[in-house]
Every structure is written in C-alpha cells, then in structure tokens.
Design a protein around this ligand. Structure first.
Ligand code: GLN
Length: 195
C-alpha cells in the first residue's frame, strides 16, 4: 500500500515517518502527477491559507476530484480545514469532502497549544493528541460520525472515506491514529474486491 502526504508546507516529514511506522510505503506529494498510484493521502497541519495558495491550479483541482470521488483522505489540523465543506469567513471550501463547518484560529476559549489524552472511538481512552492553534468544528452534518471530542467539541470525525482530526497525531510516538487511517483504506479496498 502506498500513501501520499501533501507536501506543500507543514508537518510533512512527521506524517511520512508515522506512515512508515505502520508499515506502508509513504511518499511526499508536491504535484498532481504524484497523486497517481496512491491508495490514500494525508493532508498535514501547517497553515491552510498558505497551502491553498500553493496548491492553486491543477493540484487543487485534482484534490477536489479525488475527495468527491471517494478517495481516502486524512486531514489533520490545517488539513482538516482543507477538507471541510465550509470554512467560516470564506466563500466555498478549499478542497471540501466532509460535511462540517470549521472556524480557523478560533478565538475566545482558544488555547494556543496544548497536549492531552483523547478517548477515540475504536482506539482507546488514552490517545495522546497535540493541538496547535487548532480549528474548531462548529457544525457537524448528519452523515458525519464524530470519533472523538475534547471538552464537548468534535475533534475527530469521519464521513465515508474522509477522516479529519483537529490535532496532530504525527507529533506523538503513538501510531494508533495513522494505523486507523491505513485500516480504513484496507477495509475500503476489501469492499471494492469482487465476490
Ligand atoms: N491555524 C492553522 C490554519 O488556520 C492551522 C494550525 C495547524 O495546522 N497546526 O491553517
């Protein structure tokens, strides 16, 4: 299995390392051409506006085609902003694919950065998670399954083949979240097999 990491900016190397740690081939994706032959794609944390500007053109178009076509994608932090169908204060999604609304750099109760343990559905009650100027999920659509919450707010969710997390699983040594994404790809591949 080969999984790409969108490599325009942000926490790319850490995701590559985590994917290799769960036993898949991982590669950095800087252009639309590098999306060919992949089984899934991670959209890392970083700065969503910068990433959207760097992706502008063929790459952004290719990402939109993939996400609407059911290609497995996992967005963390800024990557979650890219995959959200609605971003507060912005007209239209960047890539889109999951029926949630997010607020970038949410102010007020927003804590700059912190680390905590999350209870993630199917993974356990003690998954370490690093939040860095995390986006808030302010709306969750009816077909979206919330997999984890922090202080009542959704911080990890899935719809179809799109998985998102407002934290950075790649900044910890715990590989359970990456393994869950890879398992999701495997599960979907099995469903696609004849008979
Ligand atoms: N606040 C950043 C943004 O709006 C996301 C932060 C992160 O990815 N750690 O893109």
């Amino acid at each position: 299995m080969k999984v790409g990491v969108l490599a325009l900016q942000g926490a790319v190397r850490e995701h590559l390392r985590a994917l290799e740690g769960v036993g898949v081939e991982a590669c950095a994706v800087k252009s639309a051409a590098r999306l060919v032959g992949l089984d899934g794609l991670v959209l890392p944390g970083g700065e969503s506006t910068t990433m959207s500007l760097l992706a502008e053109g063929r790459l952004l178009e290719a990402l939109r085609v993939l996400s609407s076509g059911g290609f497995p994608m996992f967005g963390t932090c800024a990557g979650m902003i890219l995959l959200a169908d609605e971003v507060e204060g912005r007209e239209g999604p960047i890539v889109g694919g999951i029926d949630i609304t997010v607020a970038r750099n949410a102010s007020g109760r927003q804590v700059d950065s912190f680390e905590t343990l999350l209870d993630i559905e199917g993974l356990g009650p003690d998954v370490p998670a690093v939040f860095i100027r995390a986006p808030y999920v302010t709306r969750v659509g009816p077909d979206v399954r919330v997999l984890a919450r922090h202080e009542g707010m959704a911080v990890m969710a899935r719809q179809g083949r799109i998985l998102v997390a407002s934290f950075h699983p790649e900044l910890t040594e715990d590989l359970r979240v990456h393994r869950a994404f890879v398992d999701m790809i495997r599960e979907l591949r099995r469903e696609g097999e004849p008979g």
